[in-house]
Design a protein. Structure first.
Length: 509
């Protein structure tokens, strides 16, 4: 009864605190003397301006801070990033996880530091959903640092910018002892899924040259649904449910590479340009809804006048190449252990990109790379079915375990079968429900450390079910014809033909 009263009070009280969006918040404005700071320096700090939340419910962490940090963009120019530090109850100051969520938007109002605040708009729900994974890490007593790795310019899919921002965020967190209590010698790791792998993977690869002093701290990097090449994702999602990723990604590159700005005028149909650029103000969910099934490059009348020839332009090829991971032996290669989990049926981030990255890194002599392949999952399911494996691996590394020597590739029906993953799901579920009830994140589920007969049976049963029904994914070629989506597809075609925006029309009504 006491817990219920706390939750009701917290939710009611938080309703009156509406966080200011980054575009209207001076904390997100870089100081005029930005160039006087070094990369990773803390420019300013403050307690989080509102309660932290997980999806909708407030999350009871011990402390949360926001730091303004100096970094630099892809061109070496000084820039600013905001990063969030979360402290669980009974935290271990010697363990720090840098978690990079999939913002997947070029709008600063969709940044993680804002999305995780209670009462931020629900179109930021993708980052909010990943708070469930972050909660589980907090439940282990790990501090979390969560950077706005796209920077205040919203450089979605810019690999170098994202990786450098992540490293500078980690530098700041390790130098925040007077604020957070984090030990400067704390062990640290990176973790990201989908769009979050752009920042996490590039951070791991850039670290030897960009932040060599972090090497003694770093114990590994976990990547799920590994994005190595943005063209592959464009090919996979064009004309599908997830087509909104395309304008979000291109707008992000336009923000980072102003030399590309003329391409909208020269390469996008005049009648589509305004709507294409409007994606720069949208979070992922809104873009998915408003650009669903749009054919930007394919079909008889694509938005890009050259169709797929857009990617053959020299300037586009150069930018794509500069933001592709594991593409050249002369490029950056991680020196820390790396763990990758990916589904072969991934309909958003094709499996071939992760396989190429694995093959290349192994051929080039990476010290430690473990690749956990799921034979049945698409992109959405793998974040659920593979994250348990990532947590097992991260926990092992934090506890002084030994990574694989060289390269190791394993194939399972589902990564739920990864040894020890069932324990992680027990802790995840218990932590989620405890958090909803107002429990202290970091203490209430710390003792869940072993498998039970029930968890083993459920894992085996689920794996057998998946093996029986086969691969689970929204296939590109027939996704739009699923009965559940046929009506929505009709609406989108009507919108395209009549120029009516159904979202705006519903809002007017």
């Amino acid at each position: 009864m006491l817990l219920l009263s706390f939750v009701l009070w917290a939710v009611a009280a938080a309703q009156f605190i509406v966080p200011t969006p980054p575009t209207k918040d001076d904390f997100y404005v870089a100081p005029k003397n930005l160039s006087d700071y070094r990369n990773g320096d803390i420019i300013a700090s403050r307690p989080a301006p509102a309660m932290i939340r997980s999806i909708y419910f407030p999350m009871n962490v011990k402390n949360a801070w926001q730091l303004s940090v100096r970094s630099e963009n892809s061109h070496g120019d000084p820039t600013q990033v905001v990063t969030t530090i979360l402290e669980p109850y009974d935290a271990d100051p010697k363990k720090l996880l840098s978690y990079q969520p999939a913002q997947d938007s070029s709008s600063n109002n969709c940044s993680p530091s804002y999305s995780m605040l209670f009462n931020a708009p629900m179109d930021t729900i993708v980052v909010q959903a990943e708070m469930v994974l972050m909660e589980t890490a907090l439940a282990k007593g790990w501090f979390l640092v969560v950077p706005d790795y796209e920077g205040i310019q919203g450089a979605f899919t810019a690999g170098k910018q994202s990786g450098q921002a992540t490293l500078d965020s980690l530098r700041a967190a390790l130098n925040s002892e007077d604020i957070s209590g984090i030990d400067p010698k704390a062990k640290a790791a990176f973790w990201g899924y989908s769009g979050g792998t752009i920042a996490s993977g590039w951070a791991a690869a850039l670290q030897p040259d960009y932040a060599p002093e972090l090497k003694p701290n770093l114990i590994g990097c976990a990547l799920g649904g590994w994005v190595t090449n943005i063209t592959l994702t464009a090919e996979a999602t064009d004309g599908t449910i997830f087509g909104g990723l395309i304008p979000n990604a291109i707008n992000g590159l336009l923000n980072e590479y102003p030399t590309l700005s003329h391409l909208v005028d020269t390469e996008i149909q005049k009648s589509k340009q305004e709507r294409f650029l409007a994606a720069n103000e949208k979070c992922l969910v809104t873009s998915i809804i408003q650009y669903m099934f749009v054919k930007f490059f394919s079909g008889k009348n694509p938005w890009a006048t050259r169709g797929w020839g857009f990617f053959e332009l020299d300037i586009v090829q150069e930018v794509v190449r500069n933001n592709s991971a594991a593409i050249s032996e002369d490029g950056p290669i991680p020196e820390i252990p790396v763990f990758v989990f990916h589904g072969t049926e991934d309909e958003i981030v094709p499996f071939s990109g992760a396989q190429r990255g694995y093959d290349n890194y192994c051929d080039w002599g990476i010290d430690s790379l473990e690749f956990a392949v799921s034979n049945t999952t698409g992109h959405i399911l793998e974040v659920v079915e593979g994250s348990g494996a990532a947590l097992v691996w991260l926990e092992k590394m934090f506890n002084g375990g030994k990574p694989v020597d060289g390269c190791k590739r394993t194939v399972r029906t589902t990564n739920i079968e990864y040894p020890g993953a069932d324990v992680q799901y027990r802790q995840l579920v218990r932590t989620l429900f405890s958090s909803i009830a107002g429990g202290d994140v970091g203490e209430t589920t710390r003792n869940i450390t072993e498998s039970t007969m029930v968890s083993k049976i459920m894992t085996s049963a689920f794996s057998s079910l998946i093996e029986h029904i086969g691969p689970v994914a929204l296939k590109r070629e027939n996704g739009a014809e699923m009965p559940e989506l046929r009506g929505l597809n009709d609406v989108m075609r009507l919108w395209e033909r009549e120029g009516e925006d159904p979202i705006a029309e519903l809002a007017r009504r």
